[in-house]
Design a protein around this ligand. Structure first.
Ligand code: URA
Length: 214
């Protein structure tokens, strides 16, 4: 199976998953989105109201802010894979329970193995705790560290920065460091630079415009 096929299979598995009680109240599961060969994988907490409606990650207010943050790092959604530690919405947007996190971990681990990203950016404490247990986000945010065979950068959750405006400059500064951190991670892991997906999209958009001149 290719990585794309594996990710499609994981999404299918997630859509019928009954590993925890969250499946009882889900409208749509939210497996995650992005290219199978993404160099950077973002891992948030769990679907909220809008994600549960649409089946896609970060499509609400926090998602709009995440798009701005990606732009700060000269990235778009076409460049990165975005997932969550739990794939179904915790009712009322409550925190995911330990049993829900462990029940869903099999899907997240399968995604990480398929994508094999150079960098995992954790968004919020649940995601950070998976990779760096017991860490304090306020002291280590934005600092890249080696965890196993890849790098992990803990960042504040975009929703936290929306609710606590004093965090906004920190999260913007952390995202601005990402391009240099990616170069550093590539060098340390001996990986080559990938052609940006964004450029491919621009070329596709330009073609029909040229044709319409005739
Ligand atoms: N917050 C998250 O952590 N994940 C989403 O997909 C949306 C909001």
């Amino acid at each position: 199976m290719t990585a794309e096929e594996t990710l499609a299979q994981i999404a299918k598995d997630v859509s019928v998953c009954t590993n925890c009680a969250l499946h009882e109240s889900r409208k749509k599961s939210v497996p995650g989105d992005g290219p199978a060969d993404a160099e950077i994988m973002f891992i948030g907490e769990g679907p909220g109201f809008h994600e549960n409606e649409q089946g896609r990650p970060f499509v609400g207010a926090a998602g709009k802010f995440l798009d701005q943050l990606l732009a700060q790092a000269d990235l778009t959604r076409a460049d990165v894979f975005i997932a969550n530690v739990v794939k179904c919405r915790p009712p009322g947007n409550r925190d995911p329970l330990p049993e829900e996190l462990s029940a869903c971990d099999v899907h997240l681990e399968a995604q990480i193995t398929a994508i094999n990203p150079s960098i995992i950016v954790t968004l919020g404490r649940f995601s950070m705790n998976k990779f760096i247990p017991g860490a304090k986000i306020s002291t280590i945010h934005g600092q890249m560290q080696k965890v196993g065979e890849r790098f992990v950068i803990p960042m504040f959750h975009p929703a936290a920065a929306l609710h606590q405006p004093p965090l906004k400059p920190s999260i913007l500064a952390d995202f601005a460091k990402l391009p240099d951190q990616l170069s550093e991670a590539r060098a340390a892991l001996g990986r080559k630079i990938k052609v940006k997906k964004k450029e491919a999209v621009v070329q596709q958009v330009e073609k029909p415009q040229q044709l319409s001149l005739f």
